[in-house]
Design a protein around this ligand. Structure first.
Ligand SMILES: C[S@@+](CC[C@H](N)C(=O)[O-])C[C@H]1O[C@@H](n2cnc3c(N)ncnc32)[C@H](O)[C@@H]1O
Length: 192
């Protein structure tokens, strides 16, 4: 696995796990598409991809990246780009996705005030888990390095710890020899 810095390494780890669950016959969802790198990765491996972002620029950057790589966007295309909040996921996605990805926080190099928020993230994650297919993966990258992200992390981990153990497995990855501000990953699988 090629790695250059903590952010890139974390993304690679999250996608490495997604690789085991994604398949070309099913749907995947990117709940925070940003500049579209993860959306493109999903689009190359899934049958259909839905991608959410509240920033219009993020949606347009994602559209540009996908189309430059030959991935058709639009309601009938392989990738459906949705300029809306991820907590509305159940209004747009009806088929059970095999993979749902959250990369929380703000867009690196973008406006740091536009960050994911505890209440909408938690609602979106709960709805995503309901939608997820049995045998699917929910992957959430957490960024405790800023105040909102730290609060988000605490609430999400506390909720995950309370999930029913016969139905869900929650795996938490934390880089033990790095700063407490380093990104972390929560993976949730649904068993029944
Ligand atoms: C860390 S970035 C995602 C980076 C992206 N995965 C990439 O490969 O470029 C987080 C993104 O979440 C978006 N976001 C914040 N709140 C959101 C919400 N409620 N619903 C959907 N997207 C949201 C931000 O606009 C930002 O683009």
């Amino acid at each position: 696995m090629k790695e250059t810095n903590i952010l890139q390494h974390t993304t690679q780890l999250a996608l490495y796990m997604c690789e085991k669950y994604i398949n070309e016959k099913e749907t995947a969802v990117d709940c925070t598409c940003g500049n579209g790198k993860d959306t493109l990765w999903l689009a190359k491996r899934a049958g259909k991809v839905y991608a959410f972002d509240i920033q219009k620029d993020a949606i347009e950057n994602t559209r540009g990246l996908l189309e430059s790589e030959g991935v058709e966007t639009g309601p009938e295309g392989k990738a459906v780009l949705i300029n809306d909040s991820h907590d509305k996921i159940d209004s747009y996605v009806s088929e059970p996705p095999c993979v749902i990805l959250f990369n929380l926080g703000f867009l690196p190099g973008g406006d740091k005030s536009i960050t994911t928020k505890v209440d909408t993230s938690l609602l979106a994650i709960k709805k995503s888990l309901d939608l997820l297919k049995v045998g699917g993966l929910l992957s959430i990258t957490l960024y405790p390095g800023h105040d909102e992200g730290n609060e988000e992390k605490k609430m999400i981990l506390s909720w995950a710890q309370s999930l029913e153990s016969k139905t869900y497995h929650c795996v938490f990855a934390n880089m033990l020899n790095q700063s407490e501000r380093a990104p972390q990953i929560l993976w949730i699988t649904k068993k029944r």
